[in-house]
Design a protein around this ligand. Sequence first.
Ligand code: ZN
Ligand code: ZN
Length: 256
Amino acid sequence: MLDYHVHALAHGEYSYTQDWIDSYLDWAYQVGVHEIGFCEHDEFAPLVDMEVYHSIRGSARHDIRVRLGIEMDFVPDREEVMPKSIQTDNYDYIIGSVHFVDGWGFDHPDHRSGYDERDIDEIYRRYAEILMLSTASRRFDIVGHIDLIKIWGHRPRLKSALAYLDPVLKSIKYHGLAVEINSSGLRKPVGEIYPSPDIVERMYDYNIPVTLGSDAHHPRQVGLGLVEAYRCARRAGYQRCVSFERRVMTVAPLKY
Ligand SMILES: [Zn+2]
Ligand SMILES: [Zn+2]
């Protein structure tokens, strides 16, 4: 089992110490995760202690493979400054995520009312448009929680979420990216994995590679919901997932 979406620093409340990272590996071992990818939000990336990281990667505690990723916020006008602020060569993979629609942080509980102030189909249309730009930016390896816009349970009315995202999936295929199956939606009001089963099925039809991620923000969340994510992938037809080392994708059997 692979968990490629783990935040050791959460939203800045923890420190990057050997003991703290070891507690993630200990829990990963408990729940059967054999490969763990730490991917801090880009704003916290400078707080990663690379000395600690390299010692953990080299120590192979519990024989767990350790990878270093980063979760980058994709903001259309900001894309030019991202490579300068972050040394992307240090990473095994880069997850590109959309958390903002034109300055509105839609997934934050404090900004949930934004859904009442906008037309839901316009929200999905614009969200898909920004995702499309992110996939074409050539800066990422993995698309993060691709239908995060459903987080509070809002669904489009004019057409399905899949219909909005289908052109994005085609772009993902064209640019050779992977999509993560992210179980954190199970812990949110929507109560559903990102992406929904119909989107995962379409991804399979397009032969888009997948990774798995819990979006853990605490050691005890490592691996959480990944059995469901695994089943979701298998139901769509997937028998393989992918892993990354130094930005190179490798196919691996999908198992747990
Ligand atoms: Zn995210
Ligand atoms: Zn995350």
